[in-house]
Design a protein. Structure first.
Lengths: 364, 335
């Protein structure tokens, strides 16, 4: 069992939390508004031996460090079983394309997915446990959706940069660590620099020794350039009934009806959604309370307690439908609620933009 | 991960041979069915007698029939088998759990994809397992089975390809090309697991089905769409990635038809403003798969109850009361 799923809350507490979060406006345990994020401490460039690094601490004690290192690697010549004939046709097509795309970046489309490697380490869990694999798959697919990142790693036809992103969660995962890890990765990638290339064309790569001349992997905003590439960010959104909450804490996740992780990135037309995954809410692992009618504790003398048969007990529980006592949620999430969640993140003045803005203002 | 128990393939990986004749003969497969029609599904349950429940699902091989010159199939047709073991009691050493402990395992057979996969489960298979667990956990009524565990094991005998095998993936392929095949496989896994769960008789809220839809573009290069106004993006149900040159975004859902709820949603790629319609189309694909699932389960149930009724009748005839009691499979639940 993942550590974050051992929830030390009783059915009464869970029911209380669920009711208070279902109000309009929702009453969160720490008094935040539905779109308010918890304050965090962030710093970048803390590891001098890496190309980029960042550290973020949340007020509940969870902390993560990300280090990004780059290494020059020889490119594998790909062989898809194509023959010389097909090569010839393709070369002709490429010549035509090259003529067409004079003002496009010459490296466009040359990046490969295998050049970015992401590793997550969570204390107390093995590498092949479900949680680290799911998190790394989600973060990787968000990162690789941007072809610009892969193209920035291209040096020439024989060599390329291989990017190693190592994510360390320094505290035990008390709540779902995805937003923390993704924000730390975002910051680390923003501060990542690659040494400036001095060699030309296809010769062995030679770099400028001066670190001040290095280029950012995600270039800082250029007034002449319209589109600024930014690394993606993954947000956790949860729904309780009709209410949608951002940045849920561990207590709030314990009563969630649905939890969704969305990856967004900056584009010319605002924010765009690049990946979306539903997360299994930990509320399904809680145990339900026992309604009073099924209470088998002997009461004071004089009162009669008739024991119900198992079938009757089950029927009573089903009819109750979680109204009088807490019952773990069943089924899934309605489509309307899902689209509302997506909209709330991606819209014009939505939450995603605020988070990106906040992270961009972190001083290095 | 040095696997010494088995005879392993070369460590650098293998590539299948491509013959000069074959590249001339085969053309890129083209989608012949309309955009809103998924591939036909063959689904049957009860194939593994030793398991509590089992199902086998096969998707029809789409696109044109293979040419007479080469034997290479033009596109893949996923074949998935699922077995469910349980509910069975947890080992004594396991901590107390008030709900059913669901564990899912997805494994691609080594021969399932064009590039050979190893015997040891890798990260993408574990990721699929987590997706499947998310999908199934919402459906199973876990609170009725405390201190028990159920195991869902999926073996993919033939997986979906991510792109046409003769396509050069490097040239202007745009967004991540790998992974589109996984989404089709996940949708089929959800449906197969649902059939196996019903076959095993595990309490479920509804029958879940998986559906996949994608936004595809007719031309190859991603940026061409802005230069030439001619290419449009179309939403297709049940995409076969080898038939499309460029897949912009894709979405898999695990959908409960009777409750109109989504338990599992996985969307990838740049859907932009069309993400809602992509989700709706994936739900539509799931609804169409649900009709196949209901029909299969009805036939399977009729078969099972006919057999039970026949056995009961024969018991009644011989007057063997003890045998009749032993045959009864109902378990008294402790509520």
């Amino acid at each position: 069992m993942a550590p974050y799923t051992t929830i030390p809350l009783s059915p009464a507490e869970l029911s209380y939390l669920h009711t208070s979060l279902s109000q309009t406006p929702p009453i969160r345990p720490d008094g935040r508004s539905p779109t308010q994020f918890r304050p965090l401490v962030a710093e970048t460039d803390i590891l001098p031996s890496t190309n980029g690094s960042a550290r973020i601490c949340f007020p509940d004690g969870t902390e993560a460090i990300v280090g990004v290192k780059a290494e020059v690697e020889r490119s594998k010549q790909e062989n898809n079983g194509s023959t010389s004939e097909v090569h010839l046709k393709r070369d002709r097509r490429m010549e035509q394309q090259n003529e067409d795309m004079e003002d496009r970046d010459a490296n466009e489309g040359k990046g490969r997915e295998g050049w970015v490697e992401l590793a997550i380490e969570i204390p107390g869990m093995r590498d092949d446990d479900a949680l680290p694999i799911f998190l790394s798959a989600m973060l990787t697919e968000a990162l690789l959706a941007d072809q610009g990142l892969k193209d920035a790693l291209y040096i020439n036809t024989r060599f390329h940069w291989r990017l190693y992103i190592d994510i360390l969660l320094l505290s035990l995962p008390l709540s779902y660590p995805l937003p923390l890890l993704s924000q730390t990765t975002h910051l680390a990638l923003l501060s990542t620099r690659l040494p400036a290339l001095v060699s030309e064309q296809d010769e062995d790569p030679l770099f400028n020794d001066d670190w001040e001349a290095s280029t950012y992997l995600y270039p800082k905003s250029n007034p002449s350039q319209t589109a600024q590439r930014k690394p993606p960010i993954t947000l956790l959104v949860m729904a309780v009934g009709e209410t949608i909450l951002f940045d849920p804490s561990a207590d709030e996740l314990a009563v969630a009806d649905a939890v969704v992780a969305l990856s967004v990135t900056q584009s010319t037309a605002g924010l765009k959604l690049i990946a979306l995954r539903t997360i299994d809410p930990p509320s399904r692992l809680t145990s339900g309370g026992i309604p009073n009618a099924l209470n088998t504790t002997p009461v004071a003398a004089g009162a009669q307690q008739t024991a119900l048969s198992s079938n009757e007990a089950l029927k009573l529980r089903e009819n109750d439908q979680g109204r009088s006592v807490w019952r773990p949620p069943r089924g899934g999430v309605k489509r309307v609620v899902l689209s509302r969640m997506i909209k709330a993140v991606v819209e014009e003045d939505g939450v995603g933009g605020e988070v990106m803005q906040g992270l961009a203002n972190v001083e290095t | 991960m040095n696997d010494r128990r088995r005879i392993n393939p070369p460590p650098g990986g293998t590539t299948p041979p491509a013959f000069l004749h074959s590249t001339k003969a085969t053309n890129r497969p083209v989608r012949t069915r309309p955009a809103n029609l998924p591939r036909s599904i063959f689904l049957q349950t009860g194939l593994v007698p030793s398991a509590s429940g089992s199902a086998y699902l096969e998707l029809q091989s789409s696109s044109s029939p293979p040419s007479k010159i080469s034997l290479i199939p033009t596109s893949s047709s996923p074949k998935i088998t699922c077995t469910v073991h349980g509910p069975r009691p947890l080992p004594r050493s396991a901590p107390f759990s008030s709900t059913l402990v669901l564990s899912t395992h997805v494994k691609f057979a080594p021969f399932a994809t064009r590039a050979r996969r190893g015997y040891v489960r890798d990260a993408s298979e574990r990721d699929l397992g987590v997706h499947l667990e998310t999908a199934l956990r919402g459906v199973i009524l876990g609170e009725r089975w405390p201190k028990s565990g159920v195991e869902v094991v999926i073996t993919v005998l033939e997986g979906e390809e991510d792109a046409w095998w003769a396509d050069d993936r490097g040239e202007g392929s745009g967004a991540a090309n790998a992974g589109w095949g996984m989404m089709s496989v996940l949708a089929a896994c959800i449906t197969a697991a649902s059939a196996a769960l019903v076959d095993a008789g595990i309490d479920c809220v509804d029958m879940i089905t998986g559906g996949v839809a994608a936004i595809v573009r007719s031309t190859g290069h991603a940026a061409d769409a802005t230069v030439n106004g001619g290419s449009r993006s179309v939403v297709v149900l049940d995409p076969c990635p080898s038939e499309h040159e460029y897949i912009q975004a894709a979405c898999v859902v695990g959908y409960l038809r009777a409750r109109d709820e989504v338990t599992e949603l996985w969307m990838r790629g740049d859907a932009g403003p069309e993400s809602e319609s992509l989700l709706d189309q994936a739900v539509q694909a799931a609804i169409l798969a649900r009709t196949v699932l209901s029909e299969t389960m009805r036939e399977a149930a009729l078969l099972k109850f006919d057999k039970q009724a026949a056995e009961l009748n024969s018991d009644n005839a011989t007057g063997d009361a003890t045998r009749r009691k032993a045959k009864s499979k109902d378990v008294a639940m402790t509520g």
